[in-house]
Unconditional design. Structure first.
Length: 225
């Protein structure tokens, strides 16, 4: 496993998104939070911004849809150029059909679960997905405290991957910083969404490198090859 970092634009300066994306070009993905003020009580970016970002940065766009009716809207983000489109299990009427539509449009398909949502009911559908995003804060706002109680879901998914039952990127989103990334990596995550820890630092590029190294070391200790 190679630890990967996805800086969250939610912590950036929205007035200068292209410049903010350029600051983190050493990252692996660029995390784009899409919120509709219905599924979560916040309103952020939408399709026109995703389309513009796709044209302005070489980074793969990791679109996290915190929206109602993702079955209708999620495939469109793949069509706009997103590399990974993740939608919430709690909002989807037909997760399998939506995942297949995202893949058919050319993107990886991701399933997100809130901290309090159990993973077990969704284990049968995970073979249809490329990414599992475990929220370690309640979705809607950045800057919240890390919810470590969500990490057993990451470990359960990692054990399934290690056993050969699943092929998944295991992503953690929420409250990730230099301290909490160790616990997330030790639980088995390999993709880490970091907002303030990157954009709130004096040197976003150096912050990415440091977070990646810390996560890799913690993962290797917990999951030796």
């Amino acid at each position: 496993m190679s630890a990967r970092i996805a800086p969250s634009l939610l912590a950036s300066d929205f007035a200068r998104l292209a410049e903010q994306a350029a600051l983190v070009e050493g990252a692996d993905w660029l995390h784009v939070d899409v919120m509709d003020n219905h599924f979560v009580p916040n309103l952020t970016l939408g399709p026109p911004v995703v389309e513009a970002l796709h044209k302005s940065t070489p980074l793969p766009l990791d679109c996290h849809l915190m929206i109602e009716d993702p079955d209708r809207w999620a495939p469109g983000y793949a069509e706009l150029g997103a590399a990974n489109v993740t939608f919430h299990a709690e909002a989807a009427a037909d997760p399998v059909a939506t995942a297949r539509a995202i893949r058919a449009a050319g993107a990886l398909a991701g399933l997100a679960v809130k901290p309090g949502t159990p993973l077990d009911p969704y284990l049968p559908v995970l073979p249809e997905f490329d990414t599992l995003l475990v929220m370690t804060v309640e979705p809607g706002f950045g800057g919240q405290d890390f919810v470590a109680a969500a990490l057993p879901k990451v470990s359960a998914a990692r054990r399934a991957v290690q056993a050969g039952h699943l092929r998944l990127i295991l992503e953690v989103d929420g409250g990730v910083n230099a301290e909490t990334i160790e616990d997330a990596a030790a639980a088995g995550a390999d993709m880490f969404v970091a907002g303030t820890a990157v954009y709130g630092s004096g040197d976003p590029g150096a912050a990415i490198e440091s977070l990646r190294a810390t996560a890799q070391a913690a993962y290797d200790r917990a999951w030796p090859r």
